[in-house]
Design a protein around this ligand. Structure first.
Ligand code: SAH
Ligand code: MG
Length: 209
């Protein structure tokens, strides 16, 4: 991966360790090669940190990324929760606002021509989405309901031969919240439609048969 983009991604705000980001980049490259011409779809943009890894792959492979977020934060990003960042509150409205920071990240990365942001609610966007994806990366809401809904809405979008990537998968409850593991990873593997290709930290890379 381009060294400048790598250091930019590493310094961007967000929750993606460098080795998981690199694995995400590699998975996106593989997916774009396996399913040429199809987009890479990300659920959960936040400030665009993971988006830079996906965008770098799309740039190298000549593809595009669509990244979806309402930019109001997940439950765990709200004031008083573990992953709250005070700098990302719209003080006039008193709500989380990550779209501006995302725009700055993607501009600095020179990826505005490659990455397309959809500002909206994930299941609502899924309701009108009909394009098979080379890769779907699910990193949106981590509660039981949002995780189940994202699995139900987005796993079917992955094209045969494409990739389903899931973040924050913690089989051991001592390591973190369980919904991405129980509501996305397990059902995907148990469906028989996906096989595990790689695991790096809490990132799981599955391939659609
Ligand atoms: N992928 C990012 C982190 C995403 S954090 C990174 O690695 O840098 C999770 C994001 O999911 C938050 O920005 C939150 O706003 C978004 N989100 C949660 N529920 C959502 C929903 N129903 N629709 C759209 N976005 C949602
Ligand atoms: Mg995450």
């Amino acid at each position: 991966m381009d060294r400048e983009l790598r250091s930019l991604a590493e310094s961007a705000r967000g929750f993606m360790p460098p080795e998981e980001g690199l694995a995400l980049y590699e998975a996106a490259l593989d997916a774009l090669e396996a399913v040429p011409g199809a987009p890479v779809v990300e659920i959960g943009t936040y400030c665009g940190k993971s988006t830079v890894y996906l965008g770098a792959a799309a740039k190298d492979a000549g593809g595009v990324v669509v990244t979806i977020d309402h930019h109001r934060g997940s439950e765990e990003n709200q004031a008083g929760w573990e992953h709250h960042d005070e700098d990302l509150v719209d003080t006039d409205l008193g709500v989380m606002e990550t779209l501006g920071e995302y725009r700055r990240t993607i501009h600095a990365a020179g990826l505005e021509g490659v990455v397309n942001a959809v500002v909206g609610d994930s299941p609502t966007v899924a309701g009108w989405w009909s394009t098979p994806a080379a890769m779907v990366f699910i990193d949106g809401g981590h509660g039981e309901e949002p995780a189940s809904t994202d699995y139900r809405c987005w796993a079917p979008v992955v094209a045969p031969g494409g990739v389903l990537a899931i973040h924050d998968v913690f089989p051991d409850p001592a390591d973190g919240g369980r919904p991405p593991y129980e509501r996305i990873y397990l059902p995907a593997v148990e469906s028989g439609a996906f096989t595990e290709h790689r695991a790096v930290g809490s990132l799981r890379i599955l391939r659609r048969l």
